[in-house]
Design a protein around this ligand. Structure first.
Ligand SMILES: C[S@@+](CC[C@H](N)C(=O)[O-])C[C@H]1O[C@@H](n2cnc3c(N)ncnc32)[C@H](O)[C@@H]1O
Length: 214
């Protein structure tokens, strides 16, 4: 089923006022986040200071608050461009059935190592979050996809299609929102939730609507 449009739903999250969590879980999530920042700082020094790389870390506290607000037993979570894996691992620790797709194989290994370190069952595959055959087009408007790279689609390896997921997360820095919204409209489930992080707005949640747009 294709969603005819997506609309933002109430409640942007900037990370303030995390809902109550079990203290042990909260401590574990904080450790994952701290480990993620250490990885990102090293990545900046060793990679991003030398050449362009699209891995820019989101505000993990803001994303965590959104994941907590939306969690439900067994919800399937997918991160588009999961990089070092922090967000997918946090989702797994919160009880989501969590997977990440990342184009850069060395980052996929980093994410798997981080998952092992935190005894997380999060799954990571190397590949593209763009389904095979997908091409972004806005008619005559700007249809650039910016930093989004191309490669074999990762969904086959996951054994799941985009419409198998209940919650999808992406960080479309540099103007990639139209493509991510279009991707979800074309391939996401109509009732799935899309969480997009932006530096200015924190996390915005979009819910797909059915074909009638009702
Ligand atoms: C902006 S970073 C976001 C990292 C992480 N999701 C976060 O929010 O902290 C985007 C990531 O997407 C990856 N990427 C770029 N194009 C991709 C594609 N077509 N499929 C999968 N990953 C991709 C990049 O290598 C990079 O790690």
């Amino acid at each position: 089923m294709r969603a005819s449009h997506l609309r933002p739903i109430a409640g942007r999250s900037h990370g303030a006022g995390l809902p109550e969590l079990d203290a042990a879980l909260r401590a574990r999530l904080a450790e994952v986040s701290a480990a993620g920042w250490t990885i990102f700082e090293r990545f900046e020094a060793e990679v991003r200071d030398r050449r362009f790389h699209p891995f820019v870390a989101a505000d993990y506290d803001a994303v965590l608050a959104a994941l907590i607000a939306q969690r439900g037993t067994g919800l399937r979570f997918l991160e588009w461009g999961s990089a070092s894996g922090v967000i997918t691992i946090m989702a797994d620790l919160l009880g989501y059935d969590a997977s990440g797709i990342e184009l850069d194989e060395s980052l996929v290994q980093t994410a798997r190592d981080l998952a092992t370190r935190f005894h997380s069952g999060a799954r990571f595959v190397a590949g593209s979050f763009l389904p095979t055959g997908y091409a972004f087009s806005q008619g005559d408007s700007d249809s650039r996809t910016g930093w989004v790279g191309s490669g074999p689609s990762g969904y086959l390896q996951l054994g799941r299609a985009l419409d198998d997921f209940d919650v999808v997360f992406g960080y479309p820095w540099g103007g990639g929102e139209p493509m991510m919204l279009d991707l979800m409209r074309c391939y996401g489930r109509a009732d799935a939730l899309l969480l997009l992080y932006g530096v200015d707005h924190g996390v915005t949640a979009y819910r797909g609507r059915d074909r009638t747009g009702s």
